[in-house]
Design a protein around this ligand. Structure first.
Ligand code: PRX
Length: 612
């Protein structure tokens, strides 16, 4: 035991290595024996740079009540709350007034810093702009911007005003924009000169949208509102609206197996758990510089790139621009990042660039590393130990719907590389079968959570049937499959449905199929996720050509470009196979399961519903 000691509080202990990967112990013989994995990262608490905020995890798990967490956030009289008050106002009105809240780096070398007081005044101004426009409480205001100071201000200003904020990923194309603004009946859109072009392509289909606010247009054309002009005229004073804890804070569209993206709605009460997880899991301390690499258009960017860290009064870095390994290392070095939250695809890309690249930078500020969005390979955890001076990545598991981290590797706990870790105090997580029966340790099944945690989604926008599908036999079914080992660690196995995780981003096969069949050459389409070393999965499409079209590389490229331009830069099929027919049920539904089995050489299973 005890292979590598270090100065930084972490060492890796060898367990009997089997050479098997996590989640593969599914024979009867394996179930009765210890799940064995390649190693265990043990932490020596006396050598950690800062004492973890969460101590005695196992003990706390027994005694913790959610009401204990309520005291970490500020409430208005009468049990009212506002997430933006907690993220910004309370610090601006207290000791952190002049503390830097945001270090904004545009990726080209220009850096702007904003204190909590400055963000307080800016978000107040934006709330006053919404007031002037006559926006109503709980109206939907969408933010469609590249990462920029305006994106943070618009998002939080909307929340403090009492409207529902919804950020959109800036790579979305016109169809994706139309689906979101249309379904939510958004009344206002904050965007920029470049991105607004995509909105205009679908504007005529969005009758509810009344206000288009453009951040970088000095003198916008008729029908548009100038951010600069309105913000300059608006007052910097605003009384943040006390909200019922169940009133809505933000909404985000995400993908499922069927249908268009669904609007996952979160309540102001969620800030309780968003605060607590940032404190206990990401372990943010007063002196930390925190950096979450996720775009503000995704839930990680919203919850752990805005709300949770600022509720804890952290200084955070916001880096604009595309992912670029050198730029990322430079960002850690230049801003002395100490806590870093990123995604496995990024980790794998950094790994692929080799160990010499990080050596060119001073990364000694790093103290704690975290990852989310897809399985983090044990190799990623170990690579980090090597290149980041013995600091491992801590895997965290959660979803758009869960609103905050539910299962994780805590700073004080030993890490089993490849495992998602253990449930947060207050979270009851189990493995169940389709009938709701809780399965014993070691068995693979549906990962399910006992409903009722504070940051749980409150609604699928205007779609109660879809919302109810998540809840069965008294459990929230996550759509993931997993297993629990004898030490209570959770191991991710896969998705129970057809949802595709590509480079950590969630894509619904139906959306891609719908975009594909709008191309004149495509008569039918079936889409699956195909395992990929770097991206976790890539999107693969099987298409039937419209009569008169002939298969060619040029045609495939054309189809790929078409889907990219409609949906988003990441949501197009990297591989396309032309087939004569697609396997369908007798009712005409494409059997993606069979496409996947055929592609991956897996058993095809039950085909009794197959058309012929
Ligand atoms: O399949 C799981 C995967 O991402 C899904 C949730 O995706 P999304 O709503 O986009 O949220 C991502 C960021 C919160 C999950 O159902 N996932 C998330 N974290 C992990 C993961 N898969 C494996 N390991 C994880 N740590």
């Amino acid at each position: 035991m005890g292979a590598r000691g270090c100065q930084c509080g972490f060492m890796i202990h060898g367990l009997a290595a089997t050479g098997r990967k996590a989640g593969k112990c599914d024979t009867m013989a394996d179930k009765s024996t210890e799940l064995m994995h390649e190693g265990l990262v043990i932490k020596d608490p006396t050598k950690l740079r800062l004492k973890p905020n969460l101590q005695n995890f196992e003990q706390l798990r027994q005694s913790f009540e959610w009401s204990d967490a309520d005291k970490d956030v500020e409430w208005f009289p009468g049990g009212k709350i506002n997430a933006a008050h907690n993220a910004i106002d309370r610090h601006a009105k207290g000791a952190r007034k002049d503390k830097v809240a945001l270090v904004y780096d545009d990726g080209e070398g220009r850096v702007q810093k904003f204190t909590f007081q400055q963000l307080y005044e800016e978000t107040n101004r934006f709330a006053n702009v919404l007031k002037k426009l006559g926006i109503m409480r709980q109206d939907r205001v969408f933010v469609f911007l590249q990462r920029s100071p305006e994106a943070y201000v618009a998002f939080l200003g909307t929340i403090k005003y009492g409207a529902i904020a919804s950020p959109m990923f800036p790579a979305f194309g016109p169809d994706a924009i139309r689906d979101r603004l249309g379904d939510s009946e958004a009344v206002a859109l904050v965007t920029d000169k470049e991105l607004k072009k995509r909105f205009y392509e679908v504007k005529s289909q969005l009758p509810a949208l009344k206000h288009l606010i453009v951040v970088d247009e000095e003198d916008p054309p008729a029908g548009e509102i100038s951010w600069k002009k309105e913000m300059a005229e608006a007052s910097a004073s605003f009384e943040t609206v006390p909200m019922d804890p169940e009133e809505f804070q933000f909404m985000l569209y995400t993908s499922g197996t069927t249908g268009k993206p669904k609007g996952v709605v979160h309540a102001h009460k969620g800030i309780v758990q968003q605060h607590l997880t940032t404190k206990w899991v990401l372990d943010v301390h007063e002196e930390d510089v925190y950096w979450c690499t996720a775009d503000l258009g995704w839930v990680t960017g919203v919850v752990y790139g805005v709300l949770g860290p600022w509720s804890n009064g952290a200084t955070q870095v916001g880096l604009s621009g595309r992912f670029d390994p050198e730029r990322w290392y430079r960002t850690v070095q230049n801003h002395k990042v100490s806590v870093w939250y990123t995604a496995p695809t990024a980790v794998r890309t950094l790994m692929a660039k080799g160990d010499d690249m990080p050596k060119k930078y001073d990364l000694s500020s790093l103290r704690a590393l975290y990852s989310v969005g897809e399985p983090l390979n044990p190799e990623g955890v170990k690579w980090a130990l090597d290149v980041f001076d013995s600091k491992p990545f801590h895997d965290t598991w959660w979803q758009t719907e869960t609103g905050s981290i539910l299962i994780t590797n805590f700073p004080e706990m030993p890490i089993k590389p490849g495992s998602m870790g253990k449930p947060m105090p207050g979270i009851e997580a189990v493995i169940v079968d389709e009938t709701g029966k809780v399965l014993p340790q070691g068995e693979e099944g549906n990962l399910a959570i006992r409903p009722g945690w504070p940051s749980m989604m409150r609604q699928i926008w205007k779609n109660p049937a879809k919302y109810n599908e998540y809840f069965r036999h008294g459990w929230y079914y996550t759509g993931d499959t997993a297993q629990i080992d004898k030490d209570g660690y959770f191991w991710y196995v896969g998705r129970a449905d057809d949802v595709i995780k590509t480079a950590g981003e969630r894509v619904g096969p139906f959306e891609v199929e719908s975009a594909l069949i709008e191309h004149p050459a495509v008569a039918e389409a079936g889409v699956i996720g195909k395992p990929d070393e770097l991206r976790g999965n890539i999107i693969k499409a099987f298409i039937v050509l419209t009569p008169g079209y002939t298969e060619s590389d040029q045609l495939k490229t054309d189809i790929q470009k078409f889907v990219k331009s409609k949906l988003a830069g990441h949501a197009y099929p990297r591989e396309i196979d032309v087939v004569k027919t697609l396997p369908k049920t007798r009712s005409g539904k494409i059997m993606r399961r069979l496409l996947r089995a055929r592609e991956l050489g897996l058993p095809i299973g039950d085909t009794s519903t197959l058309e012929d």
